[in-house]
Ligand binder design. Sequence first.
Ligand code: GLY
Length: 392
Amino acid sequence: MAAQPADVLLVGGGAIGLAAAYRLAERGARVQVVDASGGRGASWAAAGMLAPVTEAAFGEDELTRLNLAAVPVFQRLVAQLQERTGHSVGLRTEGTLAVAFNSDDRAALDRLTDFRTGLGLSTQRLSGAATRALEPYLAAGVRGGVLAADDLSVDNRRYLDVLRQAAQAAGVRFVAAEVTGLLRGGSRVSGVRTATGAELTAGAVVLCGGAATGTLADVPVHPVKGQILRLAVPERLRAAGPVLTRTVRGIVRGGEIYLVPRPGGEVVVGATSEQQGHDTGVTAGGVYELLRNAYELLPISSEFDFVEARAGSRPGTPDNGPILGRLADGLVLATGHYRNGILLSALTADAVVALVAGEPPAPVWAPFSPGRFSADPPRTAPAEPAAAGLIR
Ligand code: GLY
């Protein structure tokens, strides 16, 4: 018997695809997620920071607004997922401590403080002593810092696992296949073709495969490679005393890197930023750079166990903002989340549900339509559903 066509087929099973699949299935759609890597792309490699301001650059006001809008939506989704599955995603609330080694760093932290203050966010300036009181193992060269107490982090891998479980329980089907092209009937997209030549049909197709999306549609998304390490505080250090059980309290940024602690003693060290095309190989130079920078920020990290080195491709765009909208009848695009994919996943999921139903996404998405990169006048919000009647 031929498989029943999906109402909505999502190409990409990372944080964006899974969150959207879950929300669509909750609304009654028959949903399929097609992904060749089993969700082991950029979302799996990520650090899991939910840092709406520190992960945006100065001047990226619309992106910062989007990131800030994403935080409570993410928290609501996580609360629901944890309740439904009974599993924790390791949400942490200790904030980000950004530290300065010299006067240039200090000036950068002052700019960050002013930017955050202008957004109505409280930021605490700390002396060197106060900074070290918060994080006792920081290098002696740290001269001070600022605390962004509202930043959060999750264990991205637990989040993906929990999302997948919840999506499966809501009826989402997963297909392990590489999508090589779109099926079109006239101007309408009616499904996808896979590398084996199989054709999967659907009422609507959502392209949410991150940096790979550019191979399926004409969108200016490009890979920005990030290498990342996972280290762990070894048992012998933890046994040495209570302070060492929390060698890194919250997110720490300094020099060229960030450290993100996980429950259970793991510390993520990230990340390189390389324009290398579609390459996710781990290099000796990348690992060296991360370990050296980690040592300069937190010398005790050289005593940690080495757990993993991994690389992922962030989906970059010309203005660092995501690209979300309807590209054609039956075709929705949700990509380009660059450094903020985990944070933006829940907000994007709601926007994908709206687009599939033929409604405009929330106004905060207005600056991020695909039309902003075309020479033609930007397209307005979709007048019709991506595929009528898919959401019951
Ligand atoms: N959001 C962390 C990174 O892209 O490195």
